[in-house]
Ligand binder design. Structure first.
Ligand code: ZN
Ligand code: ZN
Ligand code: ZN
Length: 981
């Protein structure tokens, strides 16, 4: 025994010590860490580390470069980053090239408004100047978005993102258009498309939103001109009318026909001296609603709809025929199923026809079905409405009126004429412009289309007036796969959709969608590189010419279309095939922005060395089924007859706590920058993974507070591990598994189990399961069990004692694995944990890999300890009761007596030495229970005195002269410490 002065007891206790602070201070520490990453050039280091590993490509759907980011944008990018970081840590080379969608109407409208504020008009500026202002606006917006995305801890090619407005991208967009032309899928024609009369442009399917709208619902009489006896002899000599129903009276001046279903039964019923034809199933409801006919209505004849085929009615008030036609699209109602709800217009048609007559008013210039059946029956695609939504001069009675204003005027007009049977207000979901929120109309104008069902080259033809006219027919190709729709439908079956319903949604969308209208009457975009002969108006949409123009775009940007004359954009001496003329005019329309963004798979994946086509995964919100998922698929098929993605993931929307959409104006919006300022980006990131992102995600201050609490628990768990690794050198101090204490081996087995769970969840993109597994592990397995139990060993044993080293060996593995598993989620904190671990290899967690799935997991050990923890739960409850009854103070003041029998007793006897640590008491006695079942627990005051150093009670306190206030365990520990010096 040493003769030196005894040690100061307090200094011999190993209290936790770490640079990893309890308080996170994320709002300050995150920017500092970002700066550090910048200095390291971390993204480059990751790229270099990934060289030679298998590639994994997550292709970024470009956010629109207009406004600041909101919570939804933040969530989208965080999920993408989590995919990129987790795949990187799974051992893939996972480059991330972010993109921005730069062209389009929202920026144009924004710039127009800004000009208006300055008292300027778009028309006063040259197109080049206007486009320059749009470009500057997009540049500023994408700069601030980039700053915000980087602040969220998202690593990527921020210095070199892809921009749909870059020269190269614009050239590639034009080249893709050439590709569609080459495949014979492009035509110009008049087909009804969504049209915004405020913005005066065609709109894509993805550019309309459905909102409630009140329309006049009208029942109108169309007199039958053909001999009614040809339908049924009973009708001979009668005044017969076909009753139609519509909620868009303004389309009635364009009525050219009435459609009935060939297989439905129709009835002719009497009303005074008139006879009305409606579908038999609707006779009673129509008669009651319009207050016509007897009760019950007197039916004169019943017949198949096909009997009416090609008979002729007269327009309700115009001196013009209205052709009776048969079509399968006519319905009598029936509930729309959930899948068709995706295409609301389809669902509406069904619901509407329930309220209707079974005789469908048909205006081929104002509806998709109307157009299709009108084409089949050779009707004109008649659309007497101008760009601003006014009736043209050829519309008798209503010329010059705006269509929505004309609705009521037409209703009154019909009432006066005696052709209106009934009208009422009708609430329904109606398409509105995504930009200006006004109701849109369906309007046929000359537009460029990509044909969904066309297998053959069938471009622009002219009508007898020499104007461009679609030669479009409804001839389906012999092999459906040869058409865009057929190929797309086949391809989506090969894609992995997460969640699985994605494929149904995509299939429904594809089956129902009309030809893709790709022209827009706007200027901020990629011009449709087509020329018209000045003399014969021959249109030149020639792939070679388009590619020639694309090369000019590559050099000078798409502005070249506006800064050069047509002849400078065409190959030298280009001559009209039709008439030999060399004077040309340029197309003024631009391409749909969805065509732009859809081109990204080709323009980006194929053009950057580090990427490849197709992508492994696309992830976006559900609105992209009609948007980017769709346009990307179209482009993929045109380019390579393949989908550009192997897996498509759909995430939900961000909603408030009550499940409502967030709006700044409603005051329920959670602003990312505010959360970052107050709590840190890490809290938004953790929120993104803490619930299932396949569903809608709710956020509010209260919800984020709960996330912050979870964060604190995870942080404290990591801190305990780090704090007890002070001075631990893994190389010399690690204890081999077989020499570890049993409870340490148990903790290791639990760690291996959670690692396996987390790896599986990352593999399947189920980040909420990663969070759940880690949170459970941190709060229950570690904090409530393991850490509590090993504290005594860590604090009071001699620093180099093997039992203490055994626990530390496991703590290091836990800290190391936690950092790695949290790496893709808590990107700042995991890096901080990593920094505070002893002797880590890589300079950042983001250069490390996920932990390997634990091998040799000892299932028997896990099962045995599960039993011990069940006993522990009972003992802790009994201790709590004893404490409340003031029998004991802290649990160390207690002695526990357990009585059991059989295998339970054997189990307890086998772990006799562990039990006092397991229960955190000073003494445990075991006894034989008299009757077999269960464990009986008796708590009493511990024997002996309290040790000053470890606070355990022992009858042997005072045995040492040198340290008279400590127990025999502490005497041994102090001996060890003194010998070690
Ligand atoms: Zn609009
Ligand atoms: Zn010509
Ligand atoms: Zn002691």
């Amino acid at each position: 025994m040493s003769t030196e002065t005894p040690l100061d007891l307090k200094k011999t206790v190993n209290l936790p010590k770490t640079g990893f602070s309890q308080k996170a201070n994320l709002a300050q520490s995150e920017p500092a860490r970002l700066e550090k990453w910048g200095k390291l050039d971390l993204y480059r280091l990751i790229r270099r580390a990934g060289e030679g590993r298998p590639k994994f490509i997550m292709h970024d759907g470009p956010p629109y470069a207009n406004a600041d980011i909101h919570l939804g944008t933040a969530m989208n990018k965080i999920l993408k980053d989590t995919i990129v970081k987790s795949r990187t840590m799974m051992g893939y080379d996972t480059p991330y090239v972010p993109g921005y969608d730069c062209h389009g109407l929202p920026i144009e409208t924004h710039v127009e408004k800004a000009l208006e504020k300055k008292g300027k008009k778009k028309a006063d500026l040259s197109v080049e100047t206007f486009r320059r202002i749009c470009r500057e606006h997009a540049e500023n917006a994408l700069k601030s978005q980039t700053r915000d995305f980087k602040r969220l801890g998202i690593l990527g090619e921020w210095d070199n993102p892809y921009l749909t407005m870059s020269n190269h991208y614009e050239a590639e967009t034009a080249r893709m258009f050439a590709r569609f032309v080459e495949r014979g899928w492009v035509y110009k024609g008049a087909r009804p498309v969504y049209w915004c009369i405020k913005d005066q442009t065609a709109l894509a399917e993805a550019e309309v939103e459905y909102h409630q709208h009140t329309s006049p619902s009208v029942y109108v009489k169309f007199p039958l001109q053909s001999d009614p006896a040809s339908i049924d002899p009973a009708l001979a000599g009668r005044k017969v009318f076909v009753l139609i129903w519509t909620t868009t009276p303004w389309t009635l001046p364009a009525n050219l026909g009435i459609a009935v279903h060939p297989d439905f039964e129709y009835s002719a019923f009497e009303h005074g001296d008139e006879v009305y034809i409606v579908a038999s199933d609707l006779v009673e409801s129509v008669a009651a609603k319009c207050n016509v006919g007897d009760t019950p209505p007197k039916v004169l004849a019943r017949f198949q709809g096909s009997k009416l085929d090609r008979l002729e009615a007269r327009h309700a008030w115009l001196d013009r025929p209205s052709l009776l036609m048969v079509g399968e699209h006519v319905t009598l109602g029936g509930e729309a199923d959930a899948e068709t709800e995706l295409d609301v217009s389809e669902a509406e048609k069904k619901a509407d026809s329930k309220a209707g007559t079974g005789c469908v008013h048909t205006a081929p210039g104002h509806g998709h079905d109307d157009f299709v059946i009108g084409k089949r029956y050779g009707l004109e695609i008649y659309c007497p409405v101008d760009n601003a939504g006014r009736f043209t001069s050829e519309v008798e009675h209503f010329a010059g009126q705006r269509v929505f204003d004309a609705n009521d005027v037409i209703v009154e007009f019909m009432r006066e004429r005696g052709v209106l049977l009934f009208s009422e207000k009708y609430d329904h979901r109606y398409p509105h412009c995504w930009r200006c929120k006004n109701p849109v109309i369906f309007r046929a104008t000359p537009q460029w289309f990509i044909a969904m069902d066309q297998a053959h080259r069938d471009l622009v033809e002219k009508d007898e007036d020499g104007r461009d006219r679609s030669n479009y027919t409804d001839n389906l190709p012999e092999t459906p796969e040869a058409s865009l729709r057929g190929a797309a439908l086949a391809e989506i079956e090969r894609v992995n959709w997460i969640p699985a319903w994605g494929v149904d949604r995509m299939r429904n969308m594809l089956k129902g969608r009309p030809d893709w209208c790709v022209s827009r009457q706007r200027v901020w975009g990629v011009s449709i590189p087509v020329f018209y002969c000045s003399r014969c108006t021959e249109a030149v949409a020639d792939p070679a010419v388009i590619n020639y123009v694309a090369d000019i775009f590559e050099r000078e940007s798409g502005d070249a279309w506006y800064t050069h004359d047509a002849k400078d954009l065409l190959p030298p001496d280009y001559t009209c095939n039709g008439c030999g003329e060399q004077e040309w005019t340029k197309e003024t329309d631009i391409l749909d922005v969805w065509f732009d963004s859809g081109t990204s798979s080709v323009a980006v994946l194929e053009n950057r060395e580090e990427l490849r086509w197709p992508a492994d995964v696309y992830i976006e919100g559900g609105d992209q089924f009609r948007g980017w998922f769709n346009s990307s698929l179209m482009i993929g098929i045109a380019a390579h007859d393949r989908a550009p993605y192997k897996t498509v993931i759909t995430h939900g929307w961000t909603l408030d706590a009550q499940g409502r959409a967030m709006h700044k104006s409603a005051g329920n919006a959670v602003e990312p920058d505010e959360v970052i300022r107050q709590s840190g980006a890490e809290i938004i990131r953790l929120w993104c993974v803490s619930s299932n992102y396949f569903d809608d995600m709710r956020a509010s201050d209260e919800i984020l507070q709960r996330v912050t609490d979870s964060y604190r628990k995870l942080r404290n768990t990591a801190r305990f591990a780090l704090g007890n690794l002070e001075g631990f050198d893994p190389a010399s101090d690690s204890v081999p598994v077989e020499e570890m204490e049993e409870i340490d081996r148990w903790a290791l087995a639990e760690l291996n189990r959670v690692v396996a769970r987390v790896l599986a969840a990352y593999e399947t993109y189920e980040f909420h399961n990663v969070f759940q597994a880690l949170y459970q592990f941190a709060t229950v397995t570690l904090s409530a069990r393991y850490f509590d139990i090993i504290k005594d060993r860590l604090y009071t044993f001699a620093p180099r004692n093997k039992a203490r080293r055994s626990a530390q060996t496991v703590l290091l593995q836990i800290g190391d694995a936690l950092a790695r598993m949290l790496g893709p989620i808590l990107v700042f904190t995991a890096d901080e944990i990593w920094e505070n671990l002893p002797k880590r290899m890589e300079p950042s967690i983001h250069l490390a890999l996920l932990p390997a799935a634990g091998e040799g997991r000892d299932e028997a050990l896990l099962a045995e300890w599960e039993q011990l923890y069940a006993v522990r739960d009972d003992v802790l409850r009994a201790l709590e009761e004893a404490r409340v009854a003031k029998l004991i103070g802290s649990s160390l003041g207690a002695k526990v007596r357990l009585e059991a029998s059989g295998s339970t007793l054997e189990l307890l006897q086998r772990h006799q030495n562990d039990l006092r640590y397991l229960f955190i008491v000073s003494q445990v006695e075991l006894g034989n229970a008299k009757d077999g079942a269960g464990v009986s627990i008796t708590i009493s005051v511990a024997d002996g005195k309290k040790c000053e150093r470890c606070w355990n009670y022992s009858t042997r306190v005072g045995e040492s002269d040198r340290y008279p206030t400590v127990c025999e365990r502490c005497v041994a520990a102090l001996d060890e410490i003194e010998q070690e010096g």
